[in-house]
Write a protein that binds this ligand. Structure first.
Ligand SMILES: [Zn+2]
Length: 367
């Protein structure tokens, strides 16, 4: 397995929490097990929430976890000097212009409240699609057109999705693009969400629209068209989403995609809360003609909940890893949980390297 590139991509908008730590460990250990290149990318576009101490916290946390990386900033100073996303605004804008020139964008001046009043589920109803508003007006966002909603996406939000077949089934022609990760996924190592954004159960699936069923019966050559089709269906459910914010800054979706393309990222580990973003980014890649991005393998991992069952959030500072460090705790608990996410027995393991050994032990290629 060669030429796999992945990244750890934290946002310096709060103290990192256990969910971030486990996600980094999974990404690092899979990267090292595959001999993949690993980038550190710090997503600092949101200048209002960025704080230098959060950038510092990212480096300290990686150190504490025992995680190294191959590409990216060597420390906070190097980050601000050479790797800040604010240094790549022209690249993001170039992709925005490309989308605009292809007629896919329109300007929107709706407020959050106006959208909420019209659409209780928060999905943008397309109010400004045909208004022809000016691009640079005050309080104007740019949105990308997507077709009317279908019901597929809703199903991906449900617990149902968590019971889908392990991605290993895909290696037998389950409808996903050729992936350098098949060697791993094929042995059922990755949890259910792995690589499986567009995959459905074969039997008894309540899915009203079943592009994957078709692709199960199809040959490799038309798989990619069907893949695009199913991503479009997912994306339609998001409504026309924002690609440039009202303050003129590129939205996360376009910045993340642009950076991933720039660095040749083809393996992305992220939380299941970003499934929608995966759909959005694949859709944008499709619109931009960036077919290479469709070779990307995605691993969507479960989210860590707090004791009340709420999603951990950086803004709440829930159990910040900074506090773990200050209290002299080791990352052993996180390492064990990372093993659990990968379906491995993590009993007794304590370090990132232990996790890597467990993964390698599970891969017959390395035995
Ligand atoms: Zn609008």
């Amino acid at each position: 397995m060669t030429n796999v590139s992945t990244r750890i991509a934290p946002t310096p908008s709060g103290w990192l929490h256990p969910g971030n730590g486990i996600s980094f460990l999974v990404t690092w250990a899979l990267a090292r097990a595959m001999g993949a290149g690993l980038w550190l990318r710090i997503d600092d576009l949101d200048a209002d929430r960025m704080r230098p101490e959060y950038v510092e916290d990212i480096f300290r946390t990686l150190d504490w976890l025992g995680i190294d990386f191959d590409h990216g900033p060597s420390g906070p100073d190097d980050f601000f000097k050479r790797f800040s996303q604010h240094l790549r605004l022209d690249l993001y804008q170039k992709n925005l212009e490309k989308l605009r020139e292809s007629g896919l964008l329109y300007a929107c001046n709706c407020s959050r409240k106006e959208i909420r009043d019209l659409s209780p589920d928060g999905r943008y109803p397309g109010t400004c699609r045909d208004k022809g508003l000016g691009w640079e007006g005050d309080g104007v966002a740019w949105r990308v057109r997507v077709a009317p909603a279908v019901a597929l996406w809703e199903l991906w939000r449900t617990e149902e999705a968590a019971r889908r077949r392990p991605c290993g089934a895909m290696a037998d022609g389950g409808g996903c693009p050729p992936s350098p990760l098949w060697g791993y996924g094929g042995r059922g190592m990755l949890p259910d969400f792995a690589l499986g954004l567009w995959r459905t159960e074969e039997a008894g699936d309540p899915m009203p629209d079943r592009p994957i069923e078709q692709s199960n019966q199809s040959n490799q050559s038309n798989q990619s068209n069907q893949l695009i089709e199913s991503i479009e269906q997912l994306t339609r459910l998001m409504g026309d989403f924002v690609v440039r914010q009202k303050n003129g800054m590129p939205a996360y979706q376009i910045a993340s995609l642009t950076d991933d393309l720039l660095w040749g990222i083809n393996f992305i580990v992220r939380g299941a809360d970003l499934l929608e973003s995966t759909a959005a980014q694949l859709y944008l890649a499709h619109c931009l003609g960036e077919q290479a991005f469709f070779q990307t393998a995605f691993l969507h991992h479960p989210l860590v909940k707090d004791e009340q069952g709420e999603k951990l959030s950086k803004s709440k500072g829930a159990g910040a890893l900074k506090t773990w460090r200050e209290n002299g705790l080791t990352p052993a608990k996180l390492v064990q949980q990372a093993a659990g996410w990968l379906g491995l027995d993590g009993a007794g393991i304590e370090t990132a390297n232990d996790l890597l050994k467990v993964i390698k032990g599970q891969n017959p290629d390395n035995q």
